[in-house]
Write a protein that binds this ligand. Structure first.
Ligand code: BGC
Length: 705
């Protein structure tokens, strides 16, 4: 697959030639994306008439929670009709939500972000793409890169957390993985959808241009630079401006300022929903507003197909805007090789899947985060001990996959109890056979160590799955309390999607492994970490609060006038009288089975590059991989800046006793920020750089620029 910039002159000419030959109706057809699960005969007729440019292979607006098979055979017949019987013979672009895996399911994107491992993320996406291509899918609606500062929002699991830099790196890795393997990616949801008030999905957002440009926009800008072929507009309004109808955002910011050359698809029915939002009086007006704003393809609302013919004829929508939208769609079709059909493609066979279990295991292990490990209870010994295995997630399969798993199968998922037993066959395992609380307590009494597998049901996470409270269900906490009364050697393993409030879990456990919804091989990865076959190395990509009342709480908050920066330690003024001010676990946090010592950071400037370096030594007894993080803070400037901001990170592998120098080369331009009007501001003065293993690192070094 190619990027648009890599298309040949012949390919550009071919698109122009098609445009000159196509009728108005054929052009409008290219902008129409119905749903595969509409009436079959009617769909066949629409394709025959040239009225289907793309199909969304999703059953409903809640594809992530209501998956259906993507009907390969039926689709192949539709494709045949498009090529052989439709007027222009242009093939259909099949789009599906291949979000974190296809048949092999990798960790939910939030867990992948905890790995900070861009190479692995790229590899997983490329594997997902290859499996999807075998299912004749050309386009995935991923990656989702909405910055999220509110774990109540169910869709926090689909993104990469709270930091613009980490999210940009992850988004680019996924795009490269998908597109280099051959399917078009989609940067979504443009823009600021993650700022939904109160974590209520589809809700209004109140975002200043300053925050938009510096926090929500960077992952999209990075995706455009990486050549992402499509972008999905978001459902929300921003300070009263419905994104789907915003020319300022879709054309001005995305296409003109960022230079995006692919096409913009609306979200599901979002063009029609402009009416409910109060941004359009009727469907005709909605179609006009959306296409004139910059939406190129209409996902399922039918507003374009029904109303564009009259709107173009009466001049409400210009022919040049119509041609621009069609050109963008055809260029993407050209990039994915669809315009070469049927010549360049052998007919699809029924796909044969081999699950990529090893890669799924590596990806799962890499994102799990060790939150607590008192008295080095972990790693567990593999001999001579009695281990009680308890908890609701001991034999859970479906939830391990997480939300947005359209083609993964629960029966492919490893079972945690079995994985524990297979990983350490010489241990004595005690199960609470009857599953009752009494049996669990009885098992805990006999054991040296108790492993409690807890978690969140997958169906409580994802789209339209907000949660006002962030505690584990009562029965799980009750079990933990009952076990704690008889045995303090508790290891809690938590298979949840969103960040939860772990105050009580942490108090009741000596060790806590945040294992997440980590896909097909979540269980073997967690078992391997517990026994030390894999070392935990994940670091949080989002802050875990102590109390839902602290939300929003995030590390890159702006500096205040009074001394209230309690995220980083004690400040003069307390934020809350009824709760600790600090987060439960800060951004960038994660323990390991080894320890590190950081030396004094050094800094110098060569031309326009600042070089910050530090020696890091593995002071423990095990080899480890540390994610070394470099944060910056700013001199006095026109706008109030974040207390600190992640600038770069490196993953470094260190043997016991080994010391390595880690260097960060930061361009002065990368220290600039955006004013609300988009102008870049380069502040002069004293910059402070922190290097360490967490956002709350205290070692710093300064330089005058
Ligand atoms: C979601 C999108 C998704 C689309 C198609 C919408 O409801 O917001 O993220 O890609 O459905 O399934």
């Amino acid at each position: 697959m190619k990027l648009i910039k890599d298309l040949s002159q012949r390919e550009f000419d071919r698109v122009e030639e098609l445009l000159t030959k196509m009728t108005l109706d054929e052009k409008i057809g290219q902008l129409n994306q119905p749903n595969l699960f509409d009436d079959k005969a009617a769909l066949g007729d629409l394709v025959r008439e040239g009225k289907v440019g793309s199909l969304v292979l999703a059953y409903s607006a809640l594809a992530g929670t209501e998956s259906r098979k993507s009907q390969l055979g039926f689709r192949q017949e539709l494709q045949r009709i498009a090529i052989e019987e439709s007027p222009s013979g242009i093939p259909i672009l099949f789009g599906r939500d291949v979000i974190h895996g296809h048949r092999t399911v990798f960790p939910i994107p939030l867990m992948q972000a905890h790995s900070w491992n861009v190479d692995l993320v790229e590899k997983a996406s490329s594997t997902a793409a290859k499996e999807a291509i075998a299912d004749d899918i050309h386009w995935t609606f991923a990656p989702m890169m909405d910055i999220a500062r509110d774990p109540r929002w169910g869709r926090i699991i689909e993104g990469f957390g709270e930091d613009p830099h980490l999210a940009s790196e992850m988004a680019v890795a996924m795009i490269k993985g998908f597109q280099s393997a051959g399917i078009a990616a989609c940067a979504k949801h443009f823009v600021a959808y993650g700022a939904s008030e109160g974590g209520r999905d589809y809700n209004t957002t109140e975002v200043s241009d300053y925050t938009l440009r510096n926090i929500y926009l960077p992952p999209f800008a990075a995706s455009v630079r990486a050549g992402v072929l499509t972008v999905m507009a978001s459902f929300n309004d921003i300070s009263g401006e419905a994104v789907t109808g915003s020319r300022r955002l879709l054309t001005g910011l995305l296409k003109e300022e960022l230079g995006f050359e692919g096409f913009v698809v609306s979200d599901w029915d979002a063009v029609g929903q402009l009416i409910r939002q109060g941004a359009a009086a009727d469907r005709r007006a909605a179609a006009a507003i959306a296409i004139n704003a910059g939406i190129d393809m209409d996902m399922v609302s039918n507003c374009f197909i029904d109303h564009l013919p009259e709107l173009v004829k009466d001049g409400t929508v210009s022919e040049s805007r119509l041609n621009d939208a069609v050109r963008r769609v055809l260029l993407v079709k050209s990039a994915v090789g669809l315009l070469d059909l049927p010549d360049n493609r052998t007919p699809m066979q029924a796909p044969v899947y081999e699950l990529n279990v090893q890669l799924a295991h590596d990806a799962a292990a890499s994102g799990m985060v060790l939150l607590k490990n008192e008295f080095e209870l972990l790693p567990l010994p593999v001999q001579e001990k009695k281990i009680a295995l308890l908890g609701q997630f001991l034999n859970e399969q479906r939830s391990m996959l997480g939300s947005w798993t359209l083609d993964g199968r629960a029966e492919d998922v490893q079972v945690f109890e079995e994985c524990m037993k297979q990983t350490a066959p010489e241990l004595i395992f005690i199960n609470a056979a009857s599953g009752s609380a009494d049996a669990a307590v009885e098992a805990a009494i006999q054991a040296d160590v108790v492993i409690v597998a807890l978690g969140e049901d997958w169906n409580n996470t994802g789209e339209a799955r907000g949660h006002a409270g962030l505690l584990l269900p009562d029965e799980q906490l009750d079990l933990l309390c009952a076990v704690n009364n008889v045995n303090k050697n508790i290891v809690s393993v938590i298979f949840s999607g969103r960040p939860l409030i772990f105050d009580e879990v942490s108090q009741l456990s000596k060790a806590v492994l945040y294992a997440g919804h980590s896909g097909t091989a979540a269980a073997s990865a967690a078992a391997s970490i517990l026994f030390g076959l894999n070392d935990p190395c994940g670091k949080l990509s989002v802050t875990f609060p102590r109390n839902a009342g602290q939300i929003p709480i995030y590390y890159n908050q702006r500096s205040a006038g009074r001394d209230i920066d309690n995220y980083y330690g004690k400040a003069v003024f307390k934020n809350y009288q009824d709760c600790e001010d600090s987060p439960m676990y800060p951004f960038g946090y994660g323990l390991q089975y080894t320890t590190y010592e950081y030396g004094k950071p050094e800094i110098n400037k060569v031309d326009n590059t600042i070089c910050v370096s530090v020696d890091i030594t593995n002071t423990g007894k095990r080899t480890g991989i540390e994610t070394v993080q470099c944060y910056a803070s700013y001199p006095a400037s026109e706008f109030v800046r974040p207390i600190r901001e992640l600038k770069q990170f490196h993953r470094v592998s260190l043997n016991p006793g080994e010391t390595k120098k880690v260097e960060f080369n930061i361009e002065i331009n990368d220290l600039a920020y955006f004013a609300p009007d988009g102008k870049l501001i380069h502040s002069k003065g004293k910059y402070v750089f922190w290097i360490g293993g967490c956002s709350t690192v205290t070692e710093s070094v300064t330089i005058d620029i």
